[in-house]
Write a protein that binds this ligand. Structure first.
Ligand code: AMP
Length: 291
């Protein structure tokens, strides 16, 4: 694996691969890589000839008072994990090279970006879309891999790529979890041992919501209340939101059924955790829930 600390020359470097007819798979990340990121790189390595991953903690997607300065970093660990997962080119650019001056241009996806994470973090998705659009232009991937862990982000990037005709296929990959159900996240490192023990309540609560729908409940308000009650039963967790939404449009639903999705965000001390699940019997497999 080759490691680059700059974006200058990246496009030319990859044009050489493209001229030889090799496909480019792309995995953008903010680093502090874990098994979730590895699954995206492995998926890219299985489908594409050249796998490019980026580690860039993008200031544009952090709001005032968020964890930009505290965001965990481990460039050496990231390089080892990326290489083991099958990455060919790891790019870790500096903020000053990515944004040499004030960023006057921004990519915004309306509606999909206004609910859930967008309501809690107003400038977040414009920051994500702007950096992903820039990275798509720098890398020129055939396919780009995003985790369902950040399902709203995945849906928004899909929509951005379609609306702006980026010649890239956006591939969604399943959420990688700890054995107790907690979704793997770089931010899990913020959890104290007590908070870590409590944090699986989010996934457990979402699964209770799925079980309710699969047993016949179709009123989304009642499903939300079921999920919220489970989260509130955990005193260390502070509920941010629970939503039942359409998987493509992300529109909040009044009536729900199989195929829709349940989303939640909970704060545990310094860590704000998000998760989501499909309303599908497969979601409950291995959780002890009854479909
Ligand atoms: P991040 O570094 O948190 O910005 O994430 C980079 C990419 O990895 C995004 O597409 C995330 O959705 C994906 N990702 C993060 N955590 C997981 C996970 N537990 N399972 C699958 N994908 C993940």
């Amino acid at each position: 694996m080759e490691v680059l600390d700059r974006i200058t020359g990246l496009r030319d470097r990859l044009d050489a691969e493209r001229r030889q007819g090799r496909s480019i798979g792309f995995v953008p990340t903010m680093g502090y890589l874990h098994a979730g990121h590895a699954s995206l790189i492995e998926r890219a390595a299985a489908s594409d000839d050249v796998v490019v991953a980026t580690v860039f903690v993008n200031p544009l997607q952090f709001g005032a008072g968020e964890d930009l300065d505290a965001y965990p970093r481990d460039p050496e660990g990231d390089a080892a994990l990326a290489e083991a997962a099958g990455c060919d080119l790891l790019v870790m650019p500096r903020v000053e090279e990515m944004y040499p001056g004030p960023v006057l241009t921004s990519v915004a996806v309306a509606e999909l970006a206004s609910t859930m994470e967008g309501a809690s973090r107003p400038a977040h998705f414009a920051g994500v879309c702007t950096v992903v659009a820039k990275l798509f232009n720098l890398v020129g991937p055939d396919r780009a891999y995003f985790g369902e862990k950040d399902y709203q982000q995945l849906a928004i990037i899909r929509r951005m790529a379609a609306d702006l005709s980026f010649p890239v296929e956006v591939v969604g990959c399943p959420t990688v979890r700890e054995p107790d159900g907690l979704a793997r996240s770089s931010r899990n490192v913020y959890l104290s041992p007590e908070e870590r023990a409590a944090a699986p309540v989010l996934h457990r609560a979402l699964c209770e919501g799925v079980a309710a729908v699969l047993s016949g409940e179709s009123d989304a308000a009642r499903v939300r209340a079921t999920v919220e009650d489970v989260i509130r039963s955990e005193p260390l967790g502070e509920l941010d939101y629970v939503e039942v939404a359409d998987p493509a449009t992300l529109a909040p639903l009044e009536k729900c059924g199989q195929g829709d999705r349940i989303f939640g965000a909970v704060r545990f001390g310094r860590a704000r955790l998000i998760d989501n699940v499909a309303i599908d019997p497969a979601t409950l497999a291995g959780t002890g829930g009854t479909p």
